[in-house]
Design a protein around this ligand. Structure first.
Ligand code: ADP
Ligand code: ZN
Length: 530
C-alpha cells in the first residue's frame, strides 16, 4: 500500500484514470494538482487546450467538500456540468438562467454535501445570500477560471470579478486556484495583486504551440483569399473563421457554402436554438467550417480544428492568441491565418476613439492594438514575437511561420513615408476639413477625383508626387506608417493626423524600413501558368 506521503498523489492519479479515463498527466498538471490537493493556493498560466480544467476538478474530487468554480462562461455551464455528470462526477451550477426552484434544489444538494463541483457565475458572489450559503456548506477549494477577467489592464475585464478579492478574507482556510490562458507580464501581475496571490505558487506553462503555423497576409479579396487557402491546404478540414461583424459572418458563410464548403454561421444575432445546433454540429461532425464572431469558441473543446482564420484584425494579441489557440489541440499540424488591411486599422482606431469609457480605457485599448499591429508588420519570426509578448523572451526563430518560411523582402520606405506625411501636413492646414486615407492616396497618385477638384487639391505641391507606387502599394505604406505610430487616425471620419514622431521622419532623422507586400499574381495568369 502507498505510504502516507504518497497518498494525495495516488488519489489524484486514481481519479485521473478512474473518472477521466486518462493514462497520465500532461506537463505541469501533476505538480499543480498535488499542490492544490495539499491545500496550497495556485495561479496557473497555461495556454488554451493545455488542460487547465483537470487542475481544479481532480483536487475537488480528492479533497473533502465541494469545489466552487467561478466562471464567466454562463452559457457553457450546462454543457460543462453535463459532461462531468456523464463521467459520474456530482456537478451542478448556480446562475441567472435558473428559476428560484432550480436554484433551491442545487443549494440543498450543496448543503447536504452531495456535490463535488459547483459552478458559480461571478455576479452571484455579490449576493449576501450566496455568501451565507457558502458559509453553511463545506468548500474544498475555490477555482477562479478565466482569471484574467479580474485584470482591468487585460482584454476581457469583468467588473464582477473584482468581488473575488474577498474570497481570501472571508474563507482564509480554503485553497484558491486561479487559472488563465492570458499570461502577459502585466496581466499576471494584476491577477496576483487583485486576487491576493502573492504567496501562492505560480505555475507558468510553456506558451509555445509549435504545431501551429502562424501566417499573416495583406488583405485584398478576403473571402477569395480564404477560399484559396481552404482549397489548397485544408480541403475537408474542420476550422473556425472569425469575422468582426455579424453581417460579414453571414456573407462569408454564404460565400463558402456557394463554393462547395460545408460552413455554418455563428453569432449573437442568431436564434439561441440555431446557435446551439450549429455548435453541436461543429463539435460532432467532421470537416465543418464555423464562421463566427468572437462570441464563439470560449470553452469549446474540439481537438481536431485544423485551421483558425481571421478575416479581420483582432483587437489584441491576447485575443488573437486565444482564438488561434483553438487550432490543433490534438498536437497535429494546424494553421493560424490572418488577413488584415488598412481599413482594419482605420476601423479599429475609430472604434477606440469613439468608444465610451474613460481616457485610460481608450489608452489601454490603443496599446493592445499597437501590439497587434506590430506583430502583423514584423519581419522577424511571428512565434518569437508572440512568445516575447507573453514574457517568454529569447526564443529562436521557429522555422514554422510565414516570416521564417518565406522571409519578407524589405525596402527603404523613408521617402514614401515623407511624401505621405507631408500630404497629411498640407491637408491639416485646412482645419475644417477631414480627409481619410483614400483621398490622400488619390492626391499622391495625382488623380483629379471629384473630391480633389472640389477642394482644389490638385494645386498642392504634393499632388502627383507618388506615381512611383501603385494604389495598393500606397495603402501598404499608409498601413505600415500607422502601425508604427508615425501617423494616427482621429475621430469618426478616420482622419489621418501627424503624431509626435512624424517630425523625425519629415526631418529625415528617422528612416523607415518597410515590409514589401507580396504582389498577388492575377488569377488568370496563375491558372494558365501550368
Ligand atoms: P484548457 O481549459 O486549458 O483550455 P481543457 O481543460 O479544456 O484545456 O483540456 C483540453 C483537452 O485536453 C480536453 O479535451 C481534456 O479532456 C484534455 N486533457 C486534459 N488533460 C489531459 C490528460 N492528462 N490526458 C489526456 N487528455 C487530457
Ligand atoms: Zn517563425
Amino acid at each position: 500500500p502507498p505510504s502516507d506521503a504518497d497518498e494525495p498523489a495516488s488519489a489524484a492519479r486514481d481519479a485521473l484514470r478512474r473518472v477521466f479515463g486518462y493514462e497520465s498527466f500532461r506537463d505541469g498538471q501533476r505538480e499543480i494538482i498535488e499542490h492544490v490537493v495539499g491545500g496550497g493556493d495556485a495561479l496557473v498560466l497555461m495556454p488554451t487546450g493545455g488542460g487547465k480544467s483537470l487542475c481544479y476538478q481532480i483536487p475537488a474530487l480528492v479533497r473533502p467538500g465541494t469545489g466552487v468554480v467561478v466562471s464567466p462562461l454562463i452559457a457553457l455551464m450546462q454543457d460543462q456540468v453535463d459532461a462531468l455528470r456523464a463521467l459520474g462526477v456530482r456537478a451542478d451550477f448556480l446562475n441567472s438562467t435558473q428559476d428560484p426552484g432550480q436554484r433551491a434544489t442545487v443549494e440543498a444538494l450543496f448543503l447536504a454535501g452531495e456535490l463535488d463541483l459547483l459552478y458559480l457565475a461571478p455576479e452571484r458572489l455579490r449576493l449576501p445570500a450566496t455568501a451565507s450559503l457558502l458559509d453553511r456548506g463545506k468548500i474544498s477549494l475555490f477555482a477562479i477560471d478565466e482569471a484574467h477577467c479580474v485584470a482591468q489592464w487585460g482584454h476581457d475585464f469583468r467588473p464582477d470579478y473584482l468581488e473575488l478579492s474577498t474570497l481570501r478574507e472571508r474563507w482564509p482556510e480554503v485553497p484558491r486556484i486561479a487559472l488563465t490562458a492570458t499570461a502577459t507580464p502585466a496581466t499576471h501581475t494584476e491577477i496576483t495583486n487583485r486576487l491576493g496571490l502573492a504567496d501562492a505558487r505560480h505555475f507558468v506553462a510553456d506558451f509555445d504551440r509549435p504545431n501551429i503555423t502562424y501566417r499573416i497576409v495583406p488583405k485584398k479579396e478576403p473571402k477569395r483569399q480564404l477560399l484559396d487557402l481552404l482549397r489548397a491546404e485544408h480541403a475537408g478540414d474542420a476550422g473556425i473563421v472569425y469575422c468582426l461583424s455579424r453581417s460579414s459572418v453571414d456573407q462569408t458563410a454564404d460565400f463558402l457554402v456557394s463554393n462547395g464548403i460545408a460552413a455554418l454561421p455563428y453569432h449573437a444575432g442568431l436564434d439561441a436554438q440555431v446557435r446551439a445546433e450549429h455548435q453541436s454540429r461543429f463539435l460532432r461532425e467532421d470537416g465543418l467550417v464555423m464562421v463566427a464572431t468572437i462570441a464563439f469558441g470560449m470553452g469549446i473543446d474540439k481537438p481536431d480544428v485544423r485551421f483558425v482564420a481571421h478575416l479581420d484584425l483582432p483587437k489584441s494579441v491576447e485575443g488573437y492568441y486565444q482564438e488561434t489557440g483553438r487550432a490543433g489541440r490534438d498536437g497535429l499540424a494546424s494553421t493560424a491565418w490572418l488577413a488584415y488591411g488598412l481599413s482594419d486599422v482605420v476601423q479599429l482606431r475609430k472604434m477606440i476613439d469613439t468608444s465610451g469609457g474613460d481616457a485610460a480605457h481608450r489608452r489601454r485599448q490603443s496599446v493592445h492594438l499597437d501590439a497587434m499591429l506590430a506583430l502583423c508588420e514584423t519581419v522577424e519570426c511571428r512565434r518569437v514575437g508572440l512568445l516575447a509578448y507573453f514574457g517568454q523572451e529569447g526564443a529562436s526563430p521557429c522555422g514554422n511561420c510565414d516570416t521564417c518560411l518565406t522571409p519578407p523582402e524589405t525596402w527603404d520606405g523613408t521617402v514614401a513615408a515623407q511624401k505621405l506625411l507631408s500630404a497629411v501636413l498640407r491637408l491639416a492646414r485646412e482645419r475644417r476639413q477631414k480627409f481619410g486615407a483614400g483621398h490622400l492616396v488619390d492626391i499622391l497618385l495625382g488623380r483629379a477625383t471629384q473630391k480633389v477638384t472640389q477642394f482644389e487639391h490638385q494645386t498642392l505641391t504634393v499632388f502627383g508626387v507618388g506615381t512611383e507606387l501603385n494604389e495598393s502599394q500606397w495603402r501598404g505604406v499608409v498601413r505600415q506608417v500607422l502601425a508604427r505610430g508615425l501617423l494616427a487616425v482621429e475621430g469618426e471620419h478616420g482622419t489621418l493626423v501627424l503624431t509626435d514622431t512624424s517630425a523625425d521622419v519629415l526631418r529625415g532623422t528617422r528612416r523607415v524600413q518597410m515590409r514589401r507586400d507580396p504582389e498577388r499574381p492575377a488569377r488568370s495568369a496563375a491558372r494558365s501558368g501550368s
